[in-house]
Design a protein around this ligand. Structure first.
Ligand code: CO
Length: 495
């Protein structure tokens, strides 16, 4: 482990090569299935189950680059852990748009973050259809493996082969034209649902005013409860938080100007303007409608938020929400290449704790971790509950903005940090914590992360010890997987 805070050279030399970082955004067209080769350490025998991951696999369509990685077609990876070995598979989600575009070899659809049909604005004007790219997250629930993208319906895959089965409307819960967010929570013991596990997710229906739809499902994907609430204004809400009795939504202070989008000049995501001086509106919605408690609105200047780490109830009236906040969120420049990003010119994501008083509507905020971080991951057994440990992706250096190369474990009790770094050539993805079955210690388990090794131009799966954050094992893929977004762990093996 590296003690970065005491490294006097840490802030003078960038710990990475920008060229190596950029190569991690090369498209990957190979789809294979094979056992991973062990580079070092050994895979724990007690680690049995499957890690699924999703992210953009194509950063170009037949040589035409996508404007932003968020526009890349979803490619799913699975890692099956069995008796100390790991079996790997990767496959594109064969969405309708992916199949059509691969057949014709050109871009046929507009995408949210600026990838447009070739031929200029007049080829794109007044085309409000978007391609469902199913690239953001992947969950296994109620016997269904679903690739999620917040702008459209889920795509169901075969968990054994990762073959695409098709669009899934969850037995009619989701109507055609609706969507399902990419950030569901699994509550392990739901007090509202007979202490059984339940899956909770949402969908934002866009418009001049927006509608938040919330859903809770039992372990068979049967709908337990659904609510719909209208909130004023345009809403860009990627993630939400839950507690045993509440859903919590942070409505980022943004403005949407639809005109350049309608005229085909810009993608919808490029028409969003962040207003850092404005307050974030926080909507706290009681999960149990029988309590006849109204939705509460609070406000705080919170910056821009993609991801929440966790939330919990301190008392009947007080909630804590932990989130990664950006002081500013730059507009996507249609003329620039995202690979040329100047990290120094952008604000880093930082961990904050918000304490919400539902009685007085006062919100207190506290900066917890000034170091650049993203992809927070709380132990899944503590979803919506008070918790002690948080895992996150972080930069190698303690200050400034840089690519994520390290994993940080934060201890809320002692306020201590442990850091494991993959620098200089390793670039990490979301750390997924897998608890040791039958253990009461919250950090007893493993942290799984897929890293891109820029020196070898291929990806490696790294297993860290949850308690010490020391490297337990490293396994090699035959090729690289472009930087991914989110994933999940299940204890079942499918192959
Ligand atoms: Co996300």
């Amino acid at each position: 482990m590296t003690d970065l805070a005491s490294n006097p050279t840490a802030t003078t030399h960038p710990p990475y090569s920008k060229q190596e970082w950029q190569q991690g955004y090369e498209s990957q067209r190979r789809e294979e299935a094979y056992w991973l080769e062990l580079i070092s350490g050994s895979v724990p025998q007690g680690l049995t189950g499957t890690l699924f991951r999703n992210g953009p696999g194509l950063l170009d369509i037949n040589g035409i680059p996508v404007q932003h990685p968020f526009d890349g077609d979803g490619m799913v990876c699975s890692f099956t852990f069995q008796e100390g070995n790991v079996y790997f598979q990767n496959r594109f989600v064969r969405t309708a748009g992916f199949v059509e575009e691969q057949a014709t070899g050109t871009i046929l659809y507009r995408n949210i973050f600026g990838t447009q049909k070739p031929g200029g604005w007049w080829k794109n004007a007044f085309d409000f259809q978007h391609k469902n790219i199913a690239n953001t997250n992947i969950i296994y629930w109620g016997d269904k493996l679903l690739a999620l993208w917040e702008g459209g319906l889920p795509y169901r895959l075969d968990p054994k082969t990762l073959e695409t089965i098709g669009i899934d409307q969850l037995d009619g819960v989701l109507a055609e034209g609706e969507a399902f967010a990419a950030h569901p929570w699994i509550e392990p013991n739901s007090v509202l649902n007979n202490n059984q596990p339940c899956l909770i997710n949402f969908y934002i229906e866009p418009g001049l005013s927006s509608t938040i739809h919330t859903y809770e499902f039992d372990t068979n994907f049967k709908l337990l409860r659904k609510q719909s609430h209208s909130i004023p204004g345009f809403a860009f809400i990627h993630d939400f938080a839950i507690t045993p009795h509440y859903y919590i939504f942070f409505q980022n202070p943004v403005q949407f100007n639809p005109i350049p989008f309608a005229l085909g000049l810009r993608g919808a995501g490029e028409c969003i303007k962040f207003k850092p001086e404005d307050n974030t509106r926080i909507w706290v919605i009681p999960r149990d409608k029988n309590r006849q408690q109204p939705m509460t609105e609070l406000e705080v200047n919170a910056g821009f938020i993609f991801h929440h780490a966790n939330a919990f109830e301190v008392s009947n009236q007080q909630l804590c929400v932990d989130s990664i906040c950006y002081a500013d969120f730059p507009e996507v420049d249609p003329e620039s290449d995202f690979r040329d990003v100047d990290f120094d010119a952008l604000y880093p994501g930082q961990l904050w704790r918000f304490t919400l008083n539902l009685e007085t509507a006062v919100v207190k905020k506290e900066l917890i971790e000034p170091r650049c971080c993203e992809f927070p991951y709380a132990p899944p057994q503590k979803a919506g509950q008070p918790y002690r440990y948080l895992f996150m992706g972080t930069a190698h250096q303690p200050r400034g903005n840089a690519p994520l190369q390290a994993i940080l474990k934060y201890d809320w009790e002692t306020r201590e940090r442990q850091v494991w770094s993959a620098a200089p050539s390793g670039f990490i993805s979301e750390p997924i914590f897998v608890p040791q079955p039958d253990s009461d210690a919250e950090d007893d388990g493993w942290v799984l992360t897929l890293i891109y090794n820029g020196a070898k131009h291929r990806s490696e799966l790294v297993i860290l010890d949850g308690k010490t954050l020391s490297e337990t094992a490293r396994l090699a893929l035959k090729y690289h997987i472009p930087y991914g977004l989110h994933g999940s762990w299940v204890s079942q093996c499918f192959v």
